[in-house]
Design a protein around this ligand. Sequence first.
Ligand code: 5RP
Length: 236
Amino acid sequence: MPAELSPIDKAKFAAARRAVDFIQDGMKVGLGTGSTAAWMVRCLAERVREERLKIAGVPTSTRTAELARELGIEVVTLDEAKWLDVTIDGADEFDPELNLIKGGGGALLQEKIVATASDQMIVITDAAKEVAHLGAFPLPVEVVPFGWQTTRALIEEMLVSMDVMGRETTLRQNGGKPFVTDEGNYIVDCHLKRIGNPRQLSLVLNQIPGVVENGLFIDLCDIVIIGGAEGEVEVR
Ligand code: 5RP
């Protein structure tokens, strides 16, 4: 483990380090986005270097693609890889059924496409992200810029009929301008506090024209690796 890490980075590193043990020579691997996933890319690059592993990595964002290339991991597109053995990614929240909220880093669309095209999804996280019910973390919803205010109004209208506690939404900003995703879209963050039925909410959100995808990952995660501040890990 690198020296001088904060307790939270120690936890993220420990989870990431354990996750790359699942990678074997010749695998096609989805590379997640975020600070925990960045540790995983570093750990994977170390294995590739030291063990001369032949790995094809499919990044879920331009940030991850840049890091992976910089560290010597072969990067291919999802269309080149077609189907992946495993994706390793972080999350913003996970519940007892291993349903997730993702998209805090704005990469939820590529992350969901890549996770769906993988035999297995491994989530790496710290214990603070475990919740009994999803929703304390604002749910990101990716929308096309055209007519985004109308789409946001439709989302708010729909939330009234759903089993959620909060209904406020905000357009994600970056330096006073709308945050723009790698796919050129905006993100509406939904402050729901508690989501009673994540599966239903996900389906209903994706039926609104203008919504591209939402940050609920239902039935996608197979394994969660939880890192601790002392470098301990729990695999579930
Ligand atoms: C990016 C994500 C990230 O996985 C999520 O936000 C967790 O990030 P971090 O590991 O930095 O806490 O979904 O879209």
